[in-house]
Design a protein around this ligand. Structure first.
Ligand code: ADP
Ligand code: MG
Length: 689
């Protein structure tokens, strides 16, 4: 579409620092005001040169008595500085290994300069290597506050950034939005807090700034957590105003028939969550529930039972998984359980094209297909449901932001909103459940089906590879199956990773007479499906794969999981992969092959894997090791949602913010809106996705 460009004043080319500011997201005054210093420099005092001690970081003022370029041991500018205040014989040497003519000019003999740096005991007395310096006139005033040093980039000089931040701070609308009583009493206003953090008084305890316990920091964190709580509570209230179809649970209905047909009895935990879900489905407000349960805890059958309730009442159910392999696993199970009960299941993925696809779409549109299983293809524009009553989303954090937003709008296009059930094998630690997922109801399967033997995890250094291969030989000889997971498919020049193809070749040669398969992300979907079906069918003994098998694959006869370059994987990813084995009655082993040297975080991840198989404990440690990013997936859309608050430390503040948010929404809804807008702006959509 050709539209006239709006008149703009953006034709003026931007300077490099301006572009750098934009790249850092520092465009609005408020963004600049919230760009906090990394650290501070004390330019409020001058130290007499005679009082300098080895290791002091200090500012001194002096007159240059000598300035020359030396060539030994290498070219360098050496400047002698005589104290401007005290006639002290001990001069300070300034040494510059890199310098420009402008350095020489400012530091010419006779110049008066202020110099800041670390004093070091050198061969010829005290010296500073590469100090910062500036020319001053006699009697130039000292800074009255600490000088902020901001996080920056190469194209953005501190001086430029300081000016920009100071201007943002002066112009940003920082007026108090919150009514008295909603902020913990001892905290300063936002304006006071920011003024202070950008220009703290020289007598401040730097420790309280560094560990963020200073009241100014607490105010910022409180504001941020409050915005976050408000937006979540609001989403929840909005949802409670929407209408959904209510499904009654009928005696002798589909759900009971399905239960009776299952080859196993539900665990106590499964029974409980099915009840929680059934209760939600019986209401006229849309369900918004997260079903969390460790890998192998049996979430799929819970999904099927929920679907049965909706279908019984004449509504459709959609089940989506993030990958085709996973969707297909669901399909196979659900078809096995539900078609004998007379339910038509449709299958929609990106790779389904042409006539088969048209046929499926027609079945979905007419309502003939009561259950639709697939990837995000299920929510594409061409797909029209006759009567969608329940959407089930497996591993929803792995869907992209756009897909999740599309899903929301798809779900919201009728007079009645469908119920939604999200499923995740990554349990959410409590503080996260209270913040980013505060708008969700949570059901937890905290028990594995009976008869499972916990997986034993073992660490092997890469040079024990042959021993691991011998182990594989034993395992397949006994009729069991093995996964071997590699982190990358192609040799990369920068990462020295053994690629899946090479490993596949090696195992193929080491295991004559065995079928060894290869699965990676770049294979065509049909080929992937063929390999997967040979492995699930038991004909293939060993499957070498990249992380495409990470979620949800269910082959109970697989008893050994080898993860190559385990040090490169995240903790929850390792746990998910390990969950591919130990699904049947056979005792299973997970071998983590690693390459030294190990970073500290890699060490703590591998240690956690050895020490526990409990998904909640893993999630807690993961939060500790790498922060909350892992859990949000696309919710964070790249930037961490919480810039100031730290969920590992700020639980007490979080509780205050939560209580304040409830009171504010009830008593001062407009103030709540303004606060959300200031803090989250256009980001609120992503929060809901
Ligand atoms: P996940 O929670 O990881 O999605 P699945 O739903 O794939 O787990 O279930 C793992 C395996 O356990 C499947 O083979 C499933 O049929 C089986 N299963 C589920 N519930 C039970 C149960 N109550 N008793 C025995 N086996 C069960
Ligand atoms: Mg699953």
């Amino acid at each position: 579409m050709a539209e006239a460009a709006p008149p703009s004043n953006e034709n003026k080319p931007k300077s490099a620092p301006q572009r750098a500011l934009e790249k850092l997201g520092l465009t609005r005054d408020i963004d600049l005001a919230l760009h906090l210093p990394l650290r501070y420099e004390d330019e409020t005092q001058l130290t007499p040169i005679a009082a300098l001690r080895d290791g002091d970081i200090a500012q001194v003022e002096g007159v240059v008595t000598d300035s020359r370029v030396q060539f030994r041991p290498r070219r360098q500018l050496v400047v002698k500085l005589h104290d401007a205040w005290n006639d002290d014989p001990s001069d300070l040497v300034l040494r510059f290994l890199h310098f420009y003519p402008s350095h020489q000019k400012t530091l010419a003999e006779g110049a008066r300069v202020r110099v800041r740096g670390e004093a070091r005991g050198g061969f010829f007395g005290l010296e500073m290597v590469h100090p910062s310096f500036k020319a001053v006139n006699e009697g130039a005033p000292l800074a009255r506050a600490l000088t902020p040093v901001y996080p920056s980039t190469a194209q953005l000089p501190q001086a430029y950034l300081r000016k920009a931040v100071a201007s943002g701070l002066a112009h940003a609308d920082l007026g108090e939005l919150l009514p008295p009583g909603s902020v913990p009493r001892q905290l300063p206003t936002l304006r006071e807090a920011l003024n202070f953090l950008h220009h703290p008084a020289p007598d401040v305890s730097l420790a309280t700034l560094e560990d963020h316990s200073h009241p100014a920091w607490q105010r910022l964190k409180f504001e941020e957590l409050l915005a976050q709580q408000l937006s979540q509570l609001k989403a929840k209230l909005e949802r409670e105003r929407q209408r959904a179809p209510a499904f009654a649970l009928r005696a002798g209905g589909l759900q009971e028939k399905l239960l009776a047909a299952l080859p196993f009895a539900l665990t106590e935990a499964q029974r409980r969550v099915v009840e929680e879900i059934a209760r939600d489905l019986g209401r006229e407000t849309p369900m918004h529930r997260l079903l969390q349960g460790d890998v192998g805890s049996g979430k799929t059958v819970v999904a099927a039972l929920a679907a049965a309730i909706a279908i019984e009442e004449g509504w459709q159910c959609a089940l989506m998984a993030p990958t085709e392999i996973l969707a297909e696993q669901h399909l196979r199970k659900l078809v096995g359980w539900l078609t004998p009960l007379g339910i038509t299941v449709a299958w929609l993925t990106g790779s389904r094209k042409g006539k088969a696809r048209a046929q499926m779409l027609a079945q979905v549109a007419s309502g003939e297909a009561a259950l639709v299983v697939g990837t995000h293809a299920v929510i594409q524009d061409q797909v029209e449901f006759a009567k969608l009553g329940l959407a089930i989303i497996d591993e929803q954090h792995r869907f992209g932001v756009q897909q999740r937003l599309a899903l929301r709008s798809k779900l919201q296009d009728g007079p009645l909103e469908p119920h939604t059930l999200m499923m995740s094998a990554t349990p959410i630690p409590r503080t996260l459940a209270m913040t980013l997922f505060a708008d969700l109801d949570i059901s937890t399967i905290d028990e594995l089906p009976p008869g499972r033997t916990p997986v034993v995890t073992k660490l092997f250094a890469e040079d024990k590879r042959d021993a691991v291969i011998a182990r594989i030989r034993d395992e397949v000889a006994a009729g069991r199956q093995v996964y071997w997971v590699c982190p990358l498919i192609e040799e990369s020049e920068t990462l020295d990773l053994r690629n899946a193809t090479a490993t596949h070749q090696q195992l193929y040669e080491a295991l004559p007479g065995q079928m060894v398969g290869l699965l990676h992300g770049r294979m065509p979907a049909a080929e992937k499906a063929a390999v997967m079906s040979l492995f699930s069918g038991g004909q293939m003994g060993v499957l070498v794969s990249t992380t495409v098998i990470e979620v949800g694959v269910d082959v109970p006869n697989a008893s050994l999981m080898v993860i190559e370059h385990a040090e490169r994987f995240g903790l929850s990813q390792l746990h998910q992969l390990r969950g591919r084995v130990g699904r049947g009655a056979v005792a299973s082993v997970c071998v983590l092959l690693y390459t030294t040297p190990l970073s500290d975080t890699a060490k703590s991840r591998l240690k956690a894997m050895i020490e526990t198989t409990d998904g909640f404990e893993i999630a807690r440690r993961d939060l500790e090791i790498r922060g909350p990013g892992e859990f949000f997936g696309a919710r964070q859309s790249g930037a961490p949602l919480l810039r100031f608050a730290d969920l590992a430390e700020d639980e007490p503040l979080l509780r205050l913010a939560r209580a304040a948010a409830q009171a504010l929404l009830a008593q001062h809804p407009q103030a709540a809106e303004r606060h959300i807008a200031r803090w989250l702006g256009s980001k609120t959509d992503y929060l809901k996705a």
